[in-house]
Design a protein around this ligand. Structure first.
Ligand SMILES: *Cc1c(COP(=O)(O)O)cnc(C)c1O
Length: 395
């Protein structure tokens, strides 16, 4: 992306003081990815620390139910329980290479904060995580995890006290402390070159999945589906298939209580392009262009925007984006528990909830890969409340 843009999306909408810092980051990134030694180190930690490669698991009973061959890419089996560690380790290796001694990160639900704190502990970096005061209250266990790992959690009390504000604060802090500090950004969003960096590290998901599918089936999948918050597990899952026109690609956003309710996190549903967190992309905003609060039962999808490459892939028609409600996702979550003995993250359950829509146009011989972005242990309290509200497990 020489021109920093994905069509009309992307860019570097930041203060003058950050332009040089971004330039320095891009130069270091280009140099690192051209160095086989960098990739040797990355691959080493992916294998020995994260536990890759993770399986491409044939979900037999799910396949039977939906009448097509369904494989799950098991990011839930990674150390720390999701795909976010791939990116956190990649960026911290880059930080180390640049001679930085401190890292900062933004976090909403706390998952990216935990992944960054984990990498910081591993590589002896000082770590500060910016988190909305409201989110700190809602996600006490992840705050404790980060602190146990040696990170300092910094409460952000501006705007809505949530992820959007924590991200602004992290960017502001970076502008002041960039000399010794690296900003580990958690999704495929933000100013150039972050969306590209995050895609590069997360594309390990589709590199493995493509090879595994060729080994097991001798051919490419017919379709691939992933959930979209900011869009990092999905862009990682799509990356190796973007240039394979026979593979249909689906991104699933959170429709929350329903698009018409206004309580949702679908940047594409009613969203219009605008500028947030240094990028131009689709956003949730009101008539006057004020960014609106996103809502989803899943804390990890609760982001009012989406990465700029997704905006481009949406407009070009290469990827089909749609959304599912809280209830559809939670029912799909419970179904995977019963059918396959796997408790998925609520985020990942959004991709599962889209199976009926995709599979009705597929045959028994066709192959669908679902990105199971994370495990559901972190969501047990939310799941318990949902089960109670529906009158029990079988209710
Ligand atoms: C954070 C998170 C997501 C959403 O983030 P993306 O950047 O869109 O991938 C999805 N799944 C899990 C398990 C997460 O923790």
């Amino acid at each position: 992306m020489e021109n920093k843009m994905y069509g009309e999306f992307g860019g570097q909408y930041v203060s003058e003081s950050l332009m040089n810092t971004l330039k320095e980051l891009e130069a270091a990134y280009r140099e690192a990815v051209a160095d086989p030694k960098f990739w040797e180190e990355f691959d080493f930690y992916m294998k020995e620390y994260v536990g890759r490669e993770n399986p491409l698991y044939f979900a037999g009973k799910l396949s039977e139910k939906y009448g097509t061959k369904i494989y799950l890419k098991r990011e839930d089996l990674n150390h720390t329980g999701a795909h976010k560690i791939n990116n956190a380790i990649g960026q911290i290796l880059l930080a180390k290479r640049m001679g930085k001694t401190k890292v900062i990160a933004e976090t909403g639900a706390g998952q990216h904060g935990v992944a960054t704190a984990t990498g910081a502990a591993l590589f002896d970096m000082e770590c500060k995580v910016y988190m909305g005061a409201e989110d700190i209250e809602r996600q006490k266990l992840n705050v404790l995890r980060m602190e146990m790992l040696g990170a300092k959690v910094v409460p952000v009390t501006s705007g809505s006290n949530t992820l959007k504000d924590a991200t602004n604060e992290a960017i502001r802090t970076w502008a002041k402390e960039a000399e010794d500090t690296f900003y580990v950004l958690g999704s495929a969003v933000g100013p150039h070159p972050y969306p590209e960096i995050v895609k590069t590290f997360q594309s390990i998901i589709s590199k493995e999945a493509k090879r595994q599918c060729m080994e097991k089936e001798g051919r490419l999948p017919d379709a691939v589906v992933a959930c979209c918050g900011g869009g990092s597990n999905s862009i990682g899952m799509f990356a190796e298939f973007l240039e394979e026109p026979s593979v249909k690609l689906y991104g699933v956003e959170a429709a929350g209580l329903g698009i018409e309710s206004g309580q949702h996190a679908s940047a594409f549903a009613l969203g219009r392009p605008g500028v947030l967190h240094g990028m131009r992309s689709y956003l949730l905003q009101d008539e006057d262009g004020n960014v609106q609060l996103a809502y989803s039962i899943s804390a990890g999808l609760d982001y009012p925007g989406i990465g700029p490459e997704h905006a481009y892939l949406h407009d070009s028609g290469r990827v089909t984006y749609d959304s599912v409600t809280d209830e559809e996702a939670m029912e799909a979550l419970l179904e995977l528990c019963r059918l396959e003995g796997i408790i998925p993250a609520i985020e990942s359950a959004h991709a599962l909830a889209y199976l009926p829509t995709i599979c009705k146009n597929m045959t028994e011989e066709q192959i669908l890969i679902v990105c199971l972005s994370g495990r559901g242990d972190k969501d047990i309290n939310t799941i318990a409340n949902y089960i109670e509200s529906r009158g029990g497990i079988r209710g």
